[in-house]
Write a protein that binds this ligand. Structure first.
Ligand code: ZN
Ligand code: ZN
Length: 184
C-alpha cells in the first residue's frame, strides 16, 4: 500500500509498500515527481479513466480539482456521486477527523508493481485543513491518485511544503502526457 501523507507542515514521507507487503522504497518529499506508477486503461476505455466518488461535504472542492486534472488530454478524470461503471477506477474521497494530516491517498499497486489497483484505493481529506487550503489539498491528493509525486519548488499543488498553490502547473500536465503516452 502506498501512503502519501500530507501533514500541516508538508514534511511528509512517502512510503511505498508492495501489495505483498515488501518495502519497495522510502523516499523524502523531494523524490522524483513521477516514479512510474500509473493508472491502467480499464473496461475498454480508450484511455485511463478515474472517477473520484465524492463523500465529502460542499467545503471540499473535489469537483473543481477533478475538472482541472481532466484538462490532461491522456486521462479522463471526473467527480461522481457514485461509481458510474463497476470496474472503473472509483476511489472514494472520504472526509475524516484527523489532526495529523490535511489529506492522504492510499494507492495500492497491482501485482506488476506499476499499475495502480482499483482495490483499497481511496483518498482521505481531513477536517483539520483550513478552508483556504482545501483547493490545494484536493488538487494535491487527486494528483497522487493519477500517479504524480511531490515536486518543489513549483507553482503546483503537488508541492509538499508550506506553500499551497491551488492548481497543477504546466509541468504536471507535461508529466502526465509523457507518463500516459503508452498503451496500457
Ligand atoms: Zn503528497
Ligand atoms: Zn501502463
Amino acid at each position: 500500500v502506498l501512503i502519501l501523507k500530507r501533514t500541516g507542515m508538508r514534511t511528509a514521507l512517502v512510503t511505498t509498500l508492495a501489495l505483498a507487503g515488501l518495502a519497495v522504497s522510502v523516499q523524502s518529499a523531494s523524490a522524483a515527481h513521477y516514479i512510474g506508477l500509473h493508472l491502467a486503461a480499464l473496461n475498454g476505455h480508450a484511455q485511463p479513466t478515474i472517477w473520484f466518488v465524492d463523500r465529502t461535504d460542499a467545503s471540499w472542492p473535489v469537483t473543481a480539482a477533478a475538472d482541472e486534472w481532466n484538462r490532461s488530454s491522456r486521462l479522463t478524470v471526473g467527480r461522481r456521486a457514485e461509481c458510474p461503471h463497476p470496474g472503473d477506477y472509483c476511489p472514494p474521497v472520504h472526509q475524516v477527523n484527523n489532526s495529523n494530516f490535511y489529506g492522504r491517498t492510499f494507492r495500492p499497486l497491482n501485482a506488476d508493481l506499476t499499475h495502480i489497483s482499483r482495490f483499497n484505493f481511496y483518498i482521505e481529506l481531513s477536517n483539520s485543513t483550513p478552508s483556504t487550503r482545501r483547493r490545494s489539498v484536493a488538487c494535491h491528493e487527486e494528483g497522487h491518485a493519477l500517479g504524480l509525486e511531490h515536486r518543489q519548488p513549483a507553482d503546483s499543488c503537488l508541492r509538499a511544503d508550506n506553500v499551497f498553490p491551488n492548481l497543477p502547473d504546466a509541468h504536471d500536465f507535461n508529466q502526465l502526457y509523457s507518463a500516459y503516452g503508452h498503451s496500457h
